[in-house]
Design a protein around this ligand. Structure first.
Ligand code: UD1
Ligand code: UDP
Length: 356
């Protein structure tokens, strides 16, 4: 069976790494990877393929710039060309980026089976580009692999039981990646020594609502500057946030580093005292590596982390962030609970693909 996997952004490389490993173990399945080019810097793209030994993309569409409509449209056009040429039995898309939506539309319009991994998540914030991408992709998918019970329930709520599709709760493929790459990271990454890190908190910021609003960005940075007076703050800087900071007069007093590969990221997470982030993936990785998390957003798709007290929503208000930081730093949490499938999510996907 011929499968086409579509990836374009950093979190998708990590998700696809886990699933591709399982696909490659099954002789009946053959995978072709299309990289849309959405992320293109070496340390936002190549490093993941190299370090994680993800099969090299067969196609790179180099659609890296442009507004939402222009870039999604161009991806759609170029993906369709490849699909018409390769005639796959199914297309796999991940998550909620513009690459996801473009891949989903391209496949479905020419009647190729569409498989959505990380389906059913909702923030209920329609201003988020990701919310639009995931709702539209879910609606036209043939198989929807859901990471959590919440995701399955969201789909039920939207009437998916009445649609001609299959909803399968398989767990979270990012946990599979975390489990598999942890040992490799332990053996190979020296980032904490290189940066001489002892007590520190790890932060990331890249969501549109935080980078496109100067007010929100200022407020978050102000809070991190304050936290840095108590404990060192390390922030690998996403190119989107770099652009926003470069265009502003916001002063940063904490430590900024270039984006790092996944193997270094695992060490940063494991050695940190707390995570402060607006990233979706990092909220879960905090849990996988038994760290508490403060989320710099007003809502999250990963509500089971909030319900179990591992994560707290701080939004972007400086005072609220400082208050949440104090509450979560040093908080003793019992992380011994299976929220994300304990590493079997990718295997379930590959086994289901064999039944197509
Ligand atoms: C995208 C996804 C987001 C995901 C994030 C993961 C959409 C709408 N957003 O957001 O859901 O959480 O990836 O990191 O699909 N840039 C570079 N070099 C790169 C990558 C990006 O300079 O390697 C620049 C782009 O030119 C652009 C900006 O960063 O100006 C934003 O990139 P884009 O891919 O549009 O969105 P992200 O914020 O990365
Ligand atoms: N990540 C990484 N290096 C970095 C920052 C993030 O490897 O410098 C990883 C992070 O651990 C997560 C993934 O990239 O697994 C996706 O994170 P991102 O925040 O870019 O996207 P999101 O999950 O919010 O869509």
């Amino acid at each position: 069976m011929k499968l086409i996997t579509i990836v374009g952004a950093r979190p998708q490389f990590i998700k696809a790494a886990a699933v591709s490993r399982e696909i490659s173990k099954r002789e009946e399945l053959r995978e072709i990877i299309i990289h849309t080019g959405q992320h293109y810097d070496k340390n936002m793209s190549d490093i993941f393929f190299q370090e994680m030994k993800i099969p090299s993309p067969h196609y790179n569409l180099h659609v890296s710039k442009g507004l939402h409509g222009a870039s999604t449209g161009l991806m759609l056009e170029k993906i369709e060309e490849v699909l018409l040429k390769e005639k796959p039995d199914a297309v796999i898309v991940y998550g909620d980026t513009n690459s996801t939506l473009a891949g989903a539309l391209a496949a479905k319009k020419i009647h190729i089976k569409l498989i959505h991994v990380e389906a059913g998540l909702r923030s209920f914030e329609m201003k988020m580009p990701e919310e639009i991408n995931r709702i539209l992709t879910d609606r036209i998918s043939d198989i929807l692999f859901c990471p959590t019970v919440t995701a399955v329930n969201n789909l039920k709520q939207e009437g998916f039981e009445n649609f001609n599709c299959r909803v399968i709760k398989n767990g979270d493929v990012m946990q599979d990646a975390a489990i598999y790459y942890e040992n490799i990271s332990d053996a190979t990454s020296s980032i904490t020594q290189q940066l001489n890190l002892k007590d520190f908190v790890l932060a990331t910021i890249h969501r549109a609502e935080n980078t496109d609003s100067i007010q929100n960005l200022k407020s978050v940075i102000h809070a991190l500057n304050q936290i840095n007076k108590t404990i060192k703050v390390i922030l690998p800087l996403h190119p989107r946030t770099k652009k926003a900071l470069d265009a502003s007069d916001i002063k940063v007093n904490f430590t900024i580093i270039e984006p790092v590969g996944y193997l270094d990221m695992i060490q940063l997470i494991k050695h940190s005292s707390l995570i402060l982030t607006d990233s979706g993936g990092l909220q879960k990785e905090a849990f996988f590596f038994k760290k508490n998390c403060v989320t710099l957003r007003n809502e999250t798709e990963w509500i089971e982390l909030i319900e179990n007290g591992f994560n707290i929503l701080a939004g972007t208000d400086s005072e609220k962030i400082l208050q949440c930081f104090s509450q979560m730093l040093g908080k003793k949490s019992d992380f011994n609970i299976d929220l994300y499938g304990n590493g079997k999510a990718s295997k379930i996907i590959a086994d289901e693909l064999l039944k197509l």
